[in-house]
Design a protein around this ligand. Structure first.
Ligand code: 13P
Length: 257
């Protein structure tokens, strides 16, 4: 049984005031909290506050960083290292988000180096993969996502224990567009990713890895997405900015898989 993983990604949104209001307002019944991991990715500037305040008032509301540098230290202006994230007891970190791959030209090799640094430092990576609309329409979705999975993740199979990582399938065409992949499209690709993971890491490890779907997840499509066999959670952008919406998402209604 894979424990459901419901994650938000605030991207470049939020300050202390809005974070406090959000944490105060966020509310999920104890029964759901006991069975699910609930995590919000926040900007670096909020890690310390979130850790301190949420731990006190909503201890189940965990947090993630949104990126990290792979080097332990050095002349990398504006970057943040794993040990800096550990200063704030950050349990998770997103890497390889399509916005980083696109705007910062991050390669699979760099994403892989970030994943490795996180694992070596004891932080759980949430590794993102996903194809663009152009790639999908050209019939290349499996080729693109397969090479991202191999290059960003499986490349480390021999040197690291990858059983605790989280993988997020986020088709670029569904991010921030309001165009959600249908639950069947999302399931198809999450299943494909699990197959790739099994080929590289072995079936037992692949069966234990949590695979999330991300891209226009909302309160009105979460129940259906979470009912899919290979979808173990979600990574939510826009709808995670409203405490009420994300509370509903985290409190999704379970259906038999
Ligand atoms: P939206 O939910 O706003 O489409 O964003 C998805 C995403 O990029 C989460 O990382």
């Amino acid at each position: 049984m894979r424990r459901p993983f419901i994650a938000g990604n605030w991207k470049m949104h939020g300050d202390r005031k809005s974070a406090k209001q959000y944490i105060d307002e966020f509310s999920v019944p104890k029964t759901a909290v006991a069975k699910r991991d609930i995590v919000i990715g926040v900007p670096f500037t909020l890690l310390q506050y979130w850790g301190a305040y949420a731990t006190r008032v909503k201890p189940y509301l965990q947090w993630a960083a949104e990126d990290v540098h792979w080097e332990p230290k050095g002349a990398f202006t504006g970057d943040v290292s794993v040990s800096m994230l550990k200063d704030f007891k950050t349990p998770y970190c997103i890497v390889g988000h399509s916005e980083r791959r696109e705007y910062h030209k991050e390669s699979n090799k760099q994403v892989n180096a970030k994943m490795n640094a996180l694992l070596e430092g004891g932080i759980i990576p949430i590794v993102c993969v996903g194809e663009t609309l152009k790639e999908r329409e050209a019939g290349k979705k499996e080729a693109v996502v397969g090479s991202q999975v191999r290059g960003s993740i499986i490349a480390s199979a021999k040197s690291l224990d990858l059983s605790k990582i989280v993988v997020a399938y986020e088709p670029v065409w569904a991010i921030g567009t309001g165009k959600t992949a249908t639950s069947a499209q999302a399931q198809e690709m999450c299943k494909f990713i699990r197959k790739e993971l099994a080929a590289g890491l072995g079936k037992q490890i692949a069966d234990g890895i949590r695979i999330l779907y991300g891209g226009s997840v909302k309160p009105d499509n979460i129940d259906e997405l979470m009912a899919q066999a290979d979808i173990d959670g979600v990574l939510v952008g826009g709808a995670s900015l409203k405490a009420k919406d994300f509370s509903r998402i985290a409190n999704y209604k379970e259906k038999k898989k």
